[in-house]
Design a protein around this ligand. Structure first.
Ligand code: 3HC
Length: 285
């Protein structure tokens, strides 16, 4: 199916990044936030990153303006009725996602493909909230979405071939490298990355090293583009803890469980880059 109009629901860091990719690819995009102010904040964020591309000679000014012009905003789910593909990027909790999908099932046309950007929840359980689970897929982007090439296209238990391939082709169209995966806990990358990052955080205490030294170690000794503490700060300590809990619940593997140090940081509001403080301090919030 050809995707002429895409909807993105939830315009936080991930949703705004996904919407940016869509408009950069020339696709008519409707974004939804719960208030107009949050929607405008996301538009500003997208505008900012596209302006940086112009300043660095990676994008023409005209193309930037055209891309920004392709983004429209709403607070209403009814406005998604004419979208061919809707990508959900709201809070990473099962019940709110299921409620949203039940609502999208009522408002979107029957042929629309409904995608979730969940990182560790079951796509099948989200799809079960609709009367059309065969048209529900996972499209799992990585943070920061505009920069990370991968998108995991997740086939849930009842996903049909056509919507799955539509999502895969759309991933390619917006410049990503899609891979086909199944609805297993953590799909492919988080199944590996989450316990690995948890190991890194446990090593901090076991080896009594600083976050700076651990990060320097993994960057310079293992070729990581950024150290594990910097990465967990970027992902969001709340998001990481939540994904770890979800994977632990499903697999019961001790390495999946969030390290107590991260849980304590989350409880103290040290969420990483987005809150201005995690392992490191940030002044750009
Ligand atoms: N959105 C859009 N554009 C952005 C951006 C964002 N969030 N962040 C940065 N940019 C743009 C900026 O304009 C920036 O240029 P500027 O600083 O001159 O304005 C430009 O991208 C380049 O940024 P950087 O100089 O920071 O780029 P780097 O070359 O340093 O690479 C990186 C950055 C790609 C993030 C690299 O460090 C990297 O690969 N890190 C690892 C990230 C990773 O592993 N992510 C996966 C996390 S796990 C996950 O998401 C799964 C989830 O389910 C939990």
């Amino acid at each position: 199916m050809e995707v002429r109009k895409v909807g993105v629901i939830g315009l936080g860091a991930m949703g705004a990044g996904i919407a940016q990719l869509c408009v950069e690819a020339g696709v008519d995009t409707l974004g939804r936030e719960v208030t107009p102010e949050l929607g405008e904040k996301a538009r500003d964020r997208i505008g900012h990153f596209l302006t940086r591309k112009v300043e660095k000679g990676q994008l023409e000014q005209g193309a930037r303006d055209e891309a920004v012009g392709l983004l429209s905003l709403t607070t209403e789910l009814d406005d998604f009725a004419d979208c061919d593909l809707v990508i959900e990027a709201i809070v990473e909790e099962l019940e709110p996602k299921r409620e949203l999908f039940a609502e999208l099932d009522r408002t979107c046309r029957p042929e629309a493909v409904l995608a979730t950007n969940t990182s560790a929840l079951s796509v099948t359980e989200i799809a079960a909230a609709t009367t059309r689970p065969e048209r529900v897929v996972g499209m799992h982007f990585f943070n920061p979405a505009p920069l990370m090439p991968l998108v995991e296209i997740v086939r849930a238990e009842l996903t049909a071939d056509e919507p799955f391939e539509t999502a895969f082709a759309f991933g390619e169209r917006i410049g990503k490298t899609p891979i086909r995966c199944n609805d297993t806990p953590g799909f492919v990358v988080n199944r590996v990355l989450i316990p690995l990052l948890n190991d890194c955080i446990r090593v901090l205490d076991e080896a009594r090293v600083t976050p700076e030294d651990l990060d320097l170690g993994m960057k310079n000794g293992a070729g990581w583009p950024m150290g594990p503490c910097t990465l967990v700060d970027l992902v969001g300590i709340d998001v990481h803890v939540h994904a770890s809990e979800a994977l632990y619940e499903k697999t019961r593997e001790p390495r999946m469980a969030p390290p107590p140090r991260l849980v304590a940081m989350r409880n103290a509001g040290l969420l990483g880059r987005k809150s201005g403080r995690g392992f490191y301090r940030y002044d750009n919030v």
